[in-house]
Design a protein around this ligand. Sequence first.
Ligand code: ATP
Length: 648
Amino acid sequence: MNSARTAHIDELVRVSGGVASNRDPIIEASWRRCVVDHRLDPTIGREARILPQERLRVHRDAMDEFLRMARFGLEALYRQVAGMGYVLLLTDSNGVTVDFIGDPTFDNHLRRAGLYLGSDWNEEHAGTCAVGTCIATGEALTVHQTDHFDTTHIPLTCTSAPVFESGGELAAVLDISALHSPEPKISQYLALQMVKSYVHKIENANLYNNFRRDWVVKLSASQEFAEVDPDCVIALDGAGKIIGFNNKARCLLTPEAGESPLGRSFAELFDCEVEDLTRFVRALPTDQRALRLRRSGLPLFAQAMPPPAVSLPRAHSGDGGPLPEPLRAISGGDPALKAVLTRAAKLVNTRMSLLIHGETGTGKEHFAKALHRASVRAAKPFVAINCAALPEALIESELFGYEPGSFTGATARGKKGLILEADGGTLFLDEIGDMPLSAQTRLLRVLAEREVTPIGRTKAVSVDIRVIGATHRDLIELVKAGRFRDDLYFRLNGAVFTVPPLRQRGDLDWLIDRLLTERAKRDGVEYCLTAEALAALRAHGWPGNVRELVNALDYACAVCTDGLIDLADIPDPVQHSGLFKAWPGHDAPTASPPPAPLDEEEPAARLRDTLRRHHWNVSAAARALGVDRSTVHRQMHRFGIVAPHRQD
Ligand SMILES: Nc1ncnc2c1ncn2[C@@H]1O[C@H](COP(=O)(O)OP(=O)(O)OP(=O)(O)O)[C@@H](O)[C@H]1O
């Protein structure tokens, strides 16, 4: 072992043992991590680790879209440094080199040094190195010669900067490295600035690409640069919520928001209402495009790009006029539900994705269908998918479709996929909280780009869909638990509607009446409820919500006699809860119909007499009296008349 290597190992042992050195603090901290956390032995030199082709392909496929987009930036940077002995690496967030540009003349040397496609620079096994330490810290840095932990890498100089996704997660690392370099570390200062500058360009290109159908606001402290080279860029949904940003915007806005700015409203962070964004679009002189951060008061200049051919976000005011018929048919005047429907009516024709929240059976799908029918998409398909019911292995092929024979088990004719089936219409994703993470990632891409790439196909197909998600789960909890992508959540929660549980609705009687009228039309029978039956329905807690009510009434209609639904015709669980408790806001159950008042005695006697003469056949009595059967049932109920064969 030569003396330089011995000295390096001695220094590593001293520093990782806590002795101070002249190294940058970020290097010292990494050395300690290597020894203490990664348990690397400084005396052992390790060969560069290069992944085999098939494993590399998995890493590349996972970020295919990003790679295509970043390639342009890589080539532009390489042109700046060509002939200076540098190579460029782009690694994924695990440190695996997924793209590479270098001088082919030195291929063998580069490969041996690990400056090559497929090399794995994760700090856990490669020790302190620019890529690995950049991933560990999230910081841009140069790891120059003996800064490296592993003696094998001492000849190299490497400079890396992190590339963040538009939701703040690490997407990739851009690295510029050389086999040989002058000794002073300062010689790499320009390389560090160039890498940072190209990372900024790649992040912005990725953001513009991801949010090309949304509002994008560019911000700069300089009037002149806001448009041509903004520092901060943020994307907003139609309601003015932040759905994406570059890293500089994240650093600027995180202290303002006190947390990640994702999902925060633009107007909360800036002294500017979302409707005022138009001010930054019109060709106003740049000095009139100023705004301030609310908390710090920092002045900035803005340039906004509206989504193509979509109306500007507007604050809605007033009642909004009458509800469209499909929405009106959902509620009988319950105030909470009416407020939900009024808000929904204003959004029926926006492109915004919607999220419907509510307990099981409250009518989330019913509501989504009504939104579809009330929209300009009504004539196009409404495609509903239960994400919880689709087996994980099938969800991607079902949603995105596939080309003929693209995988084992694929049919010879291929499959269009439900997303493309919904083209022009609405895609309803029921139980979206149960969607597997891999499908969430692909769905996010569909929402961002409005394009689908069926399995086995290389070219994307554009698709025009309105997405409505529904769930009974707490998506924020799922996001915290890492089971739901936060960026997908923020894409979907442009507008969130909560359908109240049936026990809290004040329009139960209206709903019962509506459902019975629907069943009357379907069966050609007029249905009516006795007071006991109605009281039982009113008193039940409806844990299964509208679905339970629908089932109870279907059962009652099937078993009742001549359309008169009595307590005995109500399913047992509903009957029993009805006998013992009443829910707030509803009348208590009545034990039996009240006796007919005196001035009703004559019509009551006439009805009883007619029924008796017609052997208690309600239809025959109705014909004799010139009224319809439901009127006879209603009057029997009102006067407390019960047929002898039902008296038990
Ligand atoms: N306002 C309504 N008028 C008439 N029927 C309704 C209404 N709301 C819901 N329903 C009916 O109630 C049943 C349950 O509704 P839906 O399937 O929409 O509930 P959901 O909340 O989506 O249920 P889940 O959480 O289980 O997916 C359906 O038969 C639906 O037709």
